[in-house]
Design a protein around this ligand. Structure first.
Ligand code: FES
Ligand code: FES
Length: 149
């Protein structure tokens, strides 16, 4: 039994300890806001926060995640208010197909927590998520807009 805390709620998951966290989120718990892209920790579509740090959940096992605070895109807003990154995404009309965007938003939220006013270089180094629709410029503008909100 793996004991996970996701968006503040406890879950007991009877998967094998090496099951990827992404599988548990999507297939066991039905939390499909976290996306499956590459499955090899390269694209960032599956990014969640583990104890506040952005991690690619396809590369984290449930046993590694057990006992830690996991936040997914479903838990980013609080008390009905969108997180400032989500607000900036709406204001800047960032998404196209949207597939990569929850992972992108989670990565950016973690970046802004660590660096409230990131430079373009900080963004280049921290946000390595892949977007097949090429929203990179809109992402950059929305990050600066969220940082200045
Ligand atoms: S699905 Fe996890 S990084 Fe691509
Ligand atoms: S918005 Fe389509 S993959 Fe990024």
């Amino acid at each position: 039994m793996n004991k996970l805390t996701i968006n503040g709620k406890a879950h007991d998951v009877e998967s094998s300890p090496d099951t990827p966290l992404l599988w548990v989120l999507r297939e066991w718990l039905g939390m499909t806001g976290t996306k499956y892209g590459c499955g090899i920790a390269q694209c960032g579509a599956c990014t969640v926060h583990v104890d506040g740090v952005a991690m690619r959940s396809c590369g984290v096992t449930v046993s590694e995640a057990a006992g830690k605070q996991i936040t997914t895109i479903e838990g980013l807003a609080s008390n009905g208010a969108l997180h400032k990154v989500q607000q900036a995404w709406v204001a800047n009309d960032v998404p196209q197909c949207g597939y990569c965007q929850s992972g992108m938003i989670m990565a950016v939220a973690a970046l802004l927590k660590e660096k409230p006013k990131p430079t373009d270089q900080d963004i280049n180094e921290a946000i390595t998520n892949i977007c097949r629709c090429g929203t990179f410029q809109q992402v950059r503008e929305a990050i600066h807009s969220a940082a200045n909100a």
